[in-house]
Design a protein around this ligand. Structure first.
Ligand code: ZN
Length: 285
């Protein structure tokens, strides 16, 4: 069964109901996170998932609404560790490795001082032992990787693949991810205009988590149409790819006011099941 938690389902504009991008998918006993936008760690906790339960993190791209909580996530994972958890694997287009180094890399990381303080001061060593850790307290290793379109990761009963989608190149590269599990599959579009690669990677998927930024009429004649997907686009992609369930996300902060209109626009092309993502929603398919 697909077990998906919607953590962040908005854009860079903070609002009370949606902000940034982040999703958690359960695979076996582990959680895989896709993007780590603003307040993702807080929302992960509200969803009942410890940062330590997340073993793999995938970035679609490095706009801040998709990665601004990365430092918080890494530091809370370190802070709550007892030194026996799985190493965190991180994948994404460049500059995933550079960002990781600049946040927590030896000497150069902006938060390196936190690692040093917490692995040395008696207060932190006491807290570490109190929750079950054994000294010495080590600095965590993070396996961060810049990946290219076509990268494939295989696990036990699952496979993750990716394709390049079209957002704000050449400034930032963008990837869509497909997760194939035993009998089911789910795709994360990331941010993209409708494109052939997205249709291909989404082919016959059980679920597509799809950017649905605006109504089509808002995007006519301006730059958004070159970089984002409208409700009309989301429906077209889902129809062409023949997905079963379309999960609409990354709505601009006022789009909830137009929800009925948006759904009708999607339905004009797509006849499958439509799910309107709200933050902290659990989707089981
Ligand atoms: Zn975005």
């Amino acid at each position: 069964m697909i077990n998906l938690k919607i953590l962040c389902s908005g854009t860079p504009t903070p609002s009370e109901i949606r902000w940034g991008s982040a999703y958690a998918l359960q695979i076996g006993n582990e959680w895989f996170m896709f993007d780590c936008g603003p307040a993702a760690t807080y929302k992960l906790t509200k969803a009942g998932i410890s940062p330590l339960d997340v073993t793999n993190l995938f970035f679609t791209h490095h706009h801040s609404d998709h990665d601004a909580d990365y430092a918080c996530f890494l530091l809370m994972r370190f802070d709550q560790s007892i030194g026996k958890e799985k190493i965190l694997n991180v994948y994404g287009p460049p500059p995933t490795e550079q960002l990781t180094k600049r946040l927590v890399g030896e000497e150069i990381g902006a938060y390196w001082h936190d690692y040093i303080a917490r692995t040395n001061h008696p207060l932190s060593l006491w807290a570490y032992q109190d929750r079950g850790g054994e000294l010495p307290r080590e600095i965590p290793h993070i396996n961060s990787n810049d990946i290219e379109p076509g990268f494939v990761l295989n696990g036990e009963n699952w496979k993750i693949s990716c394709k390049r989608v079209e957002h704000v190149q050449p400034y930032l590269d963008s990837l869509a991810y497909r997760v194939d599990m035993k009998n089911q599959s789910i795709v994360f579009s990331g941010d993209t205009r409708p494109c052939e690669a997205l249709v291909n990677i989404s082919a016959n998927a059980d679920a597509l988590v799809m950017e649905c930024a605006r109504l089509d009429r808002e995007m006519k004649g301006n730059a958004t149409a070159q970089s984002e997907s409208s409700a009309l686009d989301a429906g077209k992609v889902a129809k062409e790819a023949n997905v079963k369930n379309l999960i609409l996300t990354h709505q601009v902060h006022y789009l909830d006011e137009y929800k009925d209109e948006v759904i009708n626009e999607v339905k004009s092309n797509f006849k499958g099941n439509i799910i309107w993502a709200d933050e902290l929603m659990t989707i089981k398919i």
